[in-house]
Ligand binder design. Structure first.
Ligand SMILES: Nc1nc2c(c(=O)[nH]1)N[C@H]1C(S)=C(S)[C@@H](COP(=O)(O)OP(=O)(O)OC[C@H]3O[C@@H](n4cnc5c(N)ncnc54)[C@H](O)[C@@H]3O)O[C@H]1N2
Ligand code: MOO
Ligand SMILES: [Mg+2]
Length: 396
């Protein structure tokens, strides 16, 4: 049987580049930059006042002047205000451009204003204080954010400030989510006593949305012909298809057979793991990838996090360092399968990441996922796992 490591390796070998596209900058969070972001002006673009107060020419202060006539007031957004006499000051606000004749700003807290005069109350005033100098952070033309970076809200502010309404990002693969099963009804419907509502497909969609990916969604009945038709259509329109259910040993598990009938080559079926042993993976001649996850909700969820998301990150050229956590209690698991133990993680005062087992009632128990936040990957080939041992962690 395919091991977890082999499955991972095979899937990572199917990484390809889906090109680039322009998107509105305010919809680019979570996408990967495909161009360098250059400063269109110096940052900051002018000598920017950083404190509300008065602006002076320092030489006057150095010459012993402590009381300044207030010649004008300059707000942020005002043109620089001139003075007729260098011994004068102006009141000036945070965010205003510092006029050329001035070089120092003294905070309101450090002056006494009475009438048209400002008296300096402090003993120390340094030339150039309270000014964020033009070009101090970046110079015009500098690369502020290099391509390949994941766009987060702080990068959005940079893109906005340089006036880029559209930004070039890596294209995401087009993904279809196909759920299957005659026992499943829609969320708004009331199930008969022997039916359940669909949930796996919504979970997959929600996880993909967290990665900026808007997947298409459809449902197929346990019917061989309908299964073949639906998969054929998706093969023509998508880069990856995520199926859930219909791949095990059941009489109505038509999916593996239907996939091969419509020209999808099986690369592996069944992985030495629990949950998710029936996981099926393949590709068609054009390179459309099929991730057919076992229908049990925890199995679908685990396979999505263990196989699909790492593939997606590799497609986006984003590599995350593996995360490890320390098992909080002894745990026993006998079958010779890699076991993805559901855990609740906490950070100990000494900064260790601790994983407390909350195994749940098998791969149908998706309520347990709400009480946990990660899978701890316990290797196959051994039964006993001791408190204090460290294993790979897959957060969700
Ligand atoms: N004889 C054997 N039976 C089973 C084996 C096996 O090795 N031999 N493997 C078991 C394991 S492990 C799993 S996991 C499941 C996988 O089954 P399928 O992929 O064929 O999935 P289904 O039979 O369609 O459904 C299983 C289970 O999951 C529920 N389900 C499916 N889709 C959804 C959905 N979109 N939302 C919510 N729940 C869903 C479905 O109702 C079933 O309860 O096979 C075991 N059997
Ligand atoms: O993959 Mo199954 O979920 O082990 O039950
Ligand atoms: Mg089945």
């Amino acid at each position: 049987m395919t091991t977890v490591e082999q499955a991972e390796h095979i899937i990572q070998n199917q990484v390809r580049d889906y090109g680039t596209e322009l998107v509105p900058f305010d919809r680019s969070t979570g996408r990967v930059l495909a161009e360098d972001i250059l400063a269109d002006r110096d940052m900051p673009p002018f000598n920017r006042v950083t404190m509300d107060g008065i602006a002076i020419n320092y030489s006057t202060y150095a010459n012993g002047i402590r009381t300044f006539y207030i010649a004008a007031t300059q707000a942020a957004g005002d043109k620089p205000v001139a003075v007729s006499d260098l011994n004068h000051c102006i009141e000036i606000m945070t965010g205003a451009v510092l006029p050329n004749w001035a070089d120092t700003v003294i905070r309101y807290e450090d002056v006494l204003i009475s009438g048209n005069e400002a008296e300096v109350l402090v003993d120390t005033v340094n030339q150039g204080q309270n000014i964020h100098f033009k070009g101090r952070d970046k110079q015009q033309g500098d690369v502020v954010v290099a391509k390949g970076r994941l766009i987060n809200p702080s990068i959005i502010s940079i893109i906005a400030s340089i006036g880029k309404t559209q930004v070039l990002v890596k294209k995401l693969p087009r993904v279809a989510i196909i759920s299957s099963g005659d026992e499943l009804v829609d969320v708004h419907q009331t199930p008969a006593p022997y039916q359940i509502r669909k949930s796996n497909n919504h979970t997959i969609k929600a996880v993909l949305q967290q990665h900026g990916l808007n997947a298409g969604m459809l449902h197929i009945a346990d019917n061989a012909e309908q299964t073949r038709d639906a998969i054929s259509k998706c093969l023509a329109n998508y880069d990856a298809i995520l199926l859930s259910g219909g791949i095990s040993m059941g009489k109505f598990d038509y999916i593996p057979q239907a996939l091969e009938q419509v020209g999808v080559r099986k690369i592996f079926h069944r992985v030495q793991q629990r949950p998710g042993k029936p996981f099926w993976f393949g590709a068609d001649a054009k390179g459309v990838l099929i991730f057919a996850f076992p229908g049990n909700p925890v199995a679908t969820f685990m396979c999505l996090h263990r196989y699909f998301l790492p593939w997606l990150r590799a497609v986006m050229d984003l590599y995350e360092r593996p995360v490890y956590a320390m098992l909080a209690e002894d745990f026993y698991f006998e079958p010779d399968l890699q076991y993805f133990l559901q855990v609740k993680t906490t950070v100990a005062p000494d900064a260790r990441l601790i994983a407390t087992p909350l195994a749940g009632n098998g791969s149908g128990d998706f309520a347990n996922l709400a009480d946990t936040d990660a899978f701890l990957e316990l290797p196959a080939g051994r039964d006993e796992f001791e408190a204090g041992e460290v294993f790979r962690l897959w957060r969700f």
